[in-house]
Design a binder for this molecule. Structure first.
Ligand SMILES: NC(=O)c1ccc[n+]([C@@H]2O[C@H](COP(=O)([O-])OP(=O)(O)OC[C@H]3O[C@@H](n4cnc5c(N)ncnc54)[C@H](O)[C@@H]3O)[C@@H](O)[C@H]2O)c1
Length: 365
């Protein structure tokens, strides 16, 4: 088992990565919450039937009664309506103030359950048990919670750090192929902004068909996220913003496609390609780095060409509503080199438009 600390003073916690951790969640929760006898396990309709039973049995073995709250799978569950359903179910579950919540699922469940835990009784602890690549390497660590509205994605939310994150790589075995691969957009993003050496590892892994041997890669990615979050918990120092590499245009594309149509990581793949072009234009990035990263995205069979059905104007309009615009100025995370990212205020709307248009063409070699 690998332990990655997230250093946040009194809010510090550990991320544990190891096969079989699902079956140990009861004893881990018991040690973390000695006075607690009750919790809720918030999950979705895909993950619940696969793993909630094991989690509930482990909790019961440690003397903790758990009520499972299951929401529909997918991005639409990050809504006020589902938040209301979940928090009211938490009231009916008879939780007391010593209770805690378990988020069992992908990033949707992590964001929704984290939000619900942060507002229920004005905040109860949450244990994150992420089950997708995105949630394992990114969303379960760092405490950002959120839901979507018609106006935009993740505009409503809280910061609520988990007390514990348990990653059992065995759960990744049941991910459908498309959902498995899309998560690697965030892994490639981590390599691009902070860990150029990981590119070699990802190039090797992309050629392999199995899902074994992921523990070290997961822990390496969690450590990147943990280091950034530790230094800039509330995204005020510009460091945490680096995690938005590929996300400004990516979110615009995701929203234009209609949430749920294009998977998050697929939109981010396109966003990364556009951000690489802008990095060449505004930060002097070597075109060879762009080619390498684009080739890597392709090796994971992530999309590189924007579908014709998604108009450039629509993407720009959705980007305008995105919180990553600071007082009307375009804020873009760019690369100077592989592993060296910064936030630029130089990118013009016209350049962003050209970068989106550039996604219509297949990348050359
Ligand atoms: N809070 C953050 O810091 C942060 C960071 C990145 C992304 N996010 C959010 O994460 C969300 C995307 O997360 P996601 O990609 O994990 O999506 P998701 O939670 O919708 O999961 C993808 C699909 O896989 C299914 N699934 C999950 N685990 C499974 C498993 N082990 N076996 C079989 N099926 C499984 C789910 O039911 C779902 O259908 C977005 O809403 C995004 O905004 C948040």
């Amino acid at each position: 088992m690998l332990t990655t600390p997230v250093a946040l003073g009194a809010k510090s916690y550990e991320v544990l990565t190891g096969r079989g951790l699902l079956g140990e969640c009861g004893e881990r929760a018991r040690a973390m919450f000695p006075g607690s006898g009750r919790c809720v396990v918030i999950t979705d309709a895909n993950v619940g039937p696969l793993y909630a039973g094991r989690v509930v049995a482990s909790l019961a073995g440690a003397g903790i009664e758990a009520e499972v709250i299951t929401v529909p799978a997918g991005e639409p569950s990050k809504s006020f309506e589902v938040l209301e359903t979940v928090t009211r179910a938490m009231i009916r579950a008879g939780l007391d103030r010593k209770a805690f919540a378990v988020a069992l699922g992908g990033g949707v469940i992590g964001d929704l359950a984290g939000f619900a835990a942060s507002v229920f009784f004005r905040g109860i602890p949450v244990v994150q048990i992420p089950t997708t690549i995105v949630s394992v390497v990114d969303s379960s660590v760092g405490g950002k919670t959120g839901i979507n509205t018609a106006e935009g994605k993740n505009l409503i939310g809280t910061f609520h750090q988990p007390r514990l994150v348990l990653i059992d790589p065995e759960t990744l075995g049941s991910l459908p192929d498309r959902e498995y691969r899309e998560g690697f957009a965030e892994v490639i993003k981590h390599a691009a902004i902070r860990d150029a050496a990981m590119l070699d590892e990802l190039e090797v892994l992309a050629g392999e068909s199995g899902r074994d041997g992921l523990e070290a890669l997961i822990a390496r990615n969690v450590a990147i996220k943990a280091a950034i979050v530790s230094e800039d918990e509330f995204e005020t120092k510009g460091l945490r913003a680096l995690l938005n590499f590929g996300h400004t245009i990516g979110h615009g594309i995701e929203a234009s496609a209609g949430y749920g149509e294009m998977l998050h990581g697929e939109a981010i793949s396109l966003g990364i390609r556009a951000a690489l072009r802008l990095s060449e234009e505004f930060a002097g990035l070597d075109a060879a780095v762009t080619r390498r990263l684009v080739r890597l995205l392709g090796m994971w069979r992530l999309p590189l060409v924007l579908p014709e059905t998604i108009g450039t104007a629509a993407v720009l309009e959705k980007m305008g509503r995105d919180k990553k615009f600071d007082h009307g100025r375009l804020k873009f995370v760019l690369l100077r080199a592989a592993g060296d990212a910064f936030v630029s205020g130089e990118v013009t709307a016209a350049a962003a438009e050209r970068a989106i248009e550039g996604l219509r063409e297949a990348p050359g070699e």
